[in-house]
Design a protein around this ligand. Structure first.
Ligand code: ADP
Ligand code: ADP
Length: 218
């Protein structure tokens, strides 16, 4: 469960996010939608604990700054950062170690397979295309089996097959009761997975919609 209460963020003079509140229940997908510059990334980075902000953000009722809260969330940035000298597989091993989790090779194999990375698992970070980096970044976030997961424009730069796989994974995460926050500027990317949608404009929340209120069925 994710609670965002009165979140504001100013970069120098730009008020990037202006008093935004929402919550996302376990097992549901919340989507931030809006044009470029409307504050979506800033919200996600704040939730991920990467920015200073005013307001309150709670993950499973703990402040997101709390180490116990950090342990349960996964974050997939819009622009993936890779270690140039680690292989694809080593990235996943690294993240599992950082979270203090056991290195489960079968789990790593199956994640790599889902994103067609099996043949590329020995490639180094600086040999990867943007799309491959995105896939590695998704594998790393999924490997830790987070309870709350944040995806910033996850479909951008992915091939159609990976987009399809990611949508299946999002549905699986919902079944596992995971809390999911996705930002996008393209509605069609989330139309079959969303439960709640927040419309952002110039840093403000200008609308909130629930799928079940709109008579939509899966
Ligand atoms: P979105 O994700 O919807 O494209 P952002 O959260 O990236 O929106 O940006 C919201 C506003 O904050 C924009 O005006 C953007 O230019 C500004 N902004 C984002 N990051 C920074 C930064 N690091 N420094 C200054 N301004 C920023
Ligand atoms: P997004 O809109 O999703 O933040 P961008 O490509 O606009 O993606 O931003 C890339 C990086 O540049 C981000 O880290 C963002 O915080 C930063 N950034 C965005 N706008 C500005 C800005 N006006 N001034 C300084 N940094 C910015």
């Amino acid at each position: 469960m994710l609670d965002v209460i009165g979140l504001s963020k100013k970069y120098n003079k730009t008020l990037a996010v202006d008093n935004v509140s929402f919550d996302i229940q376990n097992g549901t997908v919340g989507v931030l939608i809006g044009p470029n510059g409307s504050g979506k990334s800033t919200i996600i980075k704040s939730v991920a604990g990467l920015l200073r902000y005013t307001g309150e953000i709670k993950i499973n009722n703990l402040p997101n700054k709390d180490i116990e809260a950090k342990k349960v969330f996964g974050y997939i940035p819009e622009i993936p950062a890779m270690f140039p000298l680690l292989t694809v597989r080593e990235h996943i091993v690294y993240i599992l170690k950082a979270y203090g989790l056991e290195i489960d090779n079968e789990k790593i194999d199956s994640l790599l397979k889902r994103f067609d990375l099996t043949d590329k698992q020995d490639k180094l970070g600086d040999e990867l295309s943007k799309g491959m980096m995105q896939k590695v970044s998704i594998c790393c976030a999924l490997a830790v089996e987070p309870e709350v997961i944040m995806l910033d424009e996850p479909m951008v730069g992915l091939d159609p097959k990976a987009i399809k796989e990611l949508k299946i994974i999002i549905k699986e995460l919902k079944e596992k009761n995971c809390t999911i926050l996705i930002s996008t500027h393209m509605l069609e990317m989330v139309e079959d997975v969303w439960d709640m949608m927040i419309l952002m404009k110039e840093g403000r929340k200008v609308g909130q919609y629930y799928k079940n209120q709109m008579g939509d069925k899966d």
